[in-house]
Write a protein that binds this ligand. Structure first.
Ligand code: AMP
Ligand code: MN
Ligand code: MN
Ligand code: MN
Length: 277
């Protein structure tokens, strides 16, 4: 049987718009046979996703997308095949919920100074029990006509250096990798080309990531061209990392990204799923 892997996506447990159940159903409808749910800094959606995966006959790989700092920049580390009950990981996600709430309060204060009131109440309501992310703030800014698109919300307010940006004390990269690997998972660098690093900085990061125990890198993502795949594959080869494929699906509203709609992993790259039990 041909397996179709999608090893990066989000549910309402963080900034996705589908519940874990809906997400697994949609993955199955789009031919995915093995799905990793990788919500931002939380594993809260995994139990529900597993129930639906059992019902659908699709393989669910327990995952997470951890925010982590390295050299004063935020990187996203996907954990695949993690054990969400591993106490240090469970404790870390509890702490990250507080970190995210505190950051949300500070972002809301900054928006108030820009004469944009009411953001905190709105994002708390939108996130429900899930993690509050900057995407929730972006949606709020769009809904209240302060900007016309999510992208504009980041460009004008939420991105690094903009008026409502708040630096966040995420865990150190090697700590985040360790939570993943010590729980039995594989640590994968998410969307490597999104950090806009120079070739030299990328090499330094990947050397540190390897040293910390990182074993994979996303080579194929939801919206990437052949040149980007070949650049990411080059990093995988050079640092002897396995390659992952994941759409980073958030919502059916984004017509450019679909669950399971991914280019094949280049033949010469070892697939990360060979490391997953
Ligand atoms: P957070 O982890 O709360 O900082 O939010 C990060 C999330 O915001 C990412 O996973 C994306 O979903 C979204 N995001 C970050 N930067 C941008 C951007 N420039 N444009 C649109 N969405 C973004
Ligand atoms: Mn997101
Ligand atoms: Mn990410
Ligand atoms: Mn993501």
């Amino acid at each position: 049987m041909i397996e179709i892997y999608d090893l990066h996506c989000h549910s309402t447990a963080s900034d996705g718009s589908l519940s874990p159940t809906q997400l697994v159903q949609r993955a199955q409808d789009h031919g995915v046979t093995a799905l990793a749910l990788t919500d931002h800094d939380t594993t809260e959606g995994l139990a529900e996703a597993q129930c639906q995966a059992n019902a659908s006959g699709i393989k669910l790989i327990p995952g997470i997308e951890l925010s982590a700092n390295w050299s004063q920049q935020c990187f996203h580390i996907v954990g695949l095949g993690i054990d969400p009950t591993y106490p240090p990981l469970a404790e870390a996600t509890q702490n990250l919920q507080h970190t995210r709430m505190e950051r949300a309060e500070k972002i809301a204060v900054k928006l108030e100074k820009k004469r944009i009131p009411g953001a905190l109440e709105a994002v708390k309501k939108a996130a429900g029990d899930g993690m509050i992310t900057r995407s929730h703030f972006a949606d709020f800014l769009v809904a209240h006509n302060h900007v016309s698109t999510q992208q504009e919300a980041f460009d004008r307010y939420l991105a690094k250096g903009k008026s409502a940006y708040v630096a966040t004390p995420w865990a150190a990269m090697d700590q985040a990798v360790n939570w993943i690997t010590a729980s039995g998972g594989v640590a994968v660098l998410a969307h490597p080309l999104r950090y806009k690093l120079s070739a030299n900085a990328m090499r330094r990061f990947l050397a540190a990531f390897k040293e910390a125990g990182g074993e994979g890198i996303e080579v194929v993502t939801g919206r990437c061209n052949a040149d980007e795949i070949s650049r990411a594959a080059g990093f995988a080869e050079r640092f002897e990392l396995t390659g992952s494929t994941g759409s980073d699906f958030h919502s059916p509203d984004n017509q450019w990204v679909e669950l399971g709609r991914l280019a094949p992993l280049p033949q010469h790259i070892q697939p990360v799923w060979e490391l997953l039990k």
